[in-house]
Design a binder for this molecule. Structure first.
Ligand code: ZN
Length: 174
């Protein structure tokens, strides 16, 4: 297993729409293992393949608390089949947007249809934190980020702040 390099904002790769996985081969299995390794290494609770630069519809999650046993979950080609009217709110961070937390309201429960690592079609009802995380990760597969929930002004400020380290020397302020 390998810890992969994380892609961060403003890299345009994060805006790419990921494609369905047709067949789960060794390559896909290795990718899933690497996603888990990368997520645990960076102490995240969810990671989408696009966050390591691979535009395939696969996400990994583990929303267990630190002192609990690990509960790795993997969803291939996940599709949300139902969203509750009831909402819940969390301060969300993202491994692709360092040091940024945004309070986002999302449906409190959802039903997700997906393929498991054995290639079987499954359904899962997700509540609370798991519901929020899976919606966050599926957003990644469609190129959507948590900063998109903000006004354009706030969004631009965050991108500007995060882009500073990448500024080149010919930028001038007069
Ligand atoms: Zn994220």
């Amino acid at each position: 297993m390998t810890v992969k390099k994380l892609i961060t904002v403003p890299d345009e790769i994060l805006r790419k729409k990921s494609q369905n996985i047709e067949k789960i081969n060794q390559e896909e299995k290795k990718l899933i293992n690497d996603l888990f390794e990368t997520m645990y290494h960076h102490k995240g609770i969810g990671l989408a393949a696009i966050q390591v630069g691979i535009p395939k519809r696969v996400i990994v999650l583990d929303v267990q608390q630190k002192d609990e046993q690990k509960k790795p979950l993997c969803f291939i080609n996940p599709v949300i089949k139902h969203l509750s009217k009831e909402k819940s709110k969390y301060e969300e961070g993202c491994l692709s947007i360092p040091n940024t937390f945004i309070e986002i309201e999302r449906p409190k429960t959802c039903i997700v249809e997906y393929i498991d690592i054995e290639g079987k079609k499954k359904n899962m009802k997700c509540d609370d934190l798991l519901s929020t995380c899976i919606q966050h990760e599926i957003n990644h597969l469609d190129g959507k980020l948590i900063i998109d929930f903000l006004s354009k002004l706030k969004k631009d400020l965050i991108i500007k702040k995060l882009s500073k380290v990448k500024q080149n020397s010919d930028r001038i302020v007069v």
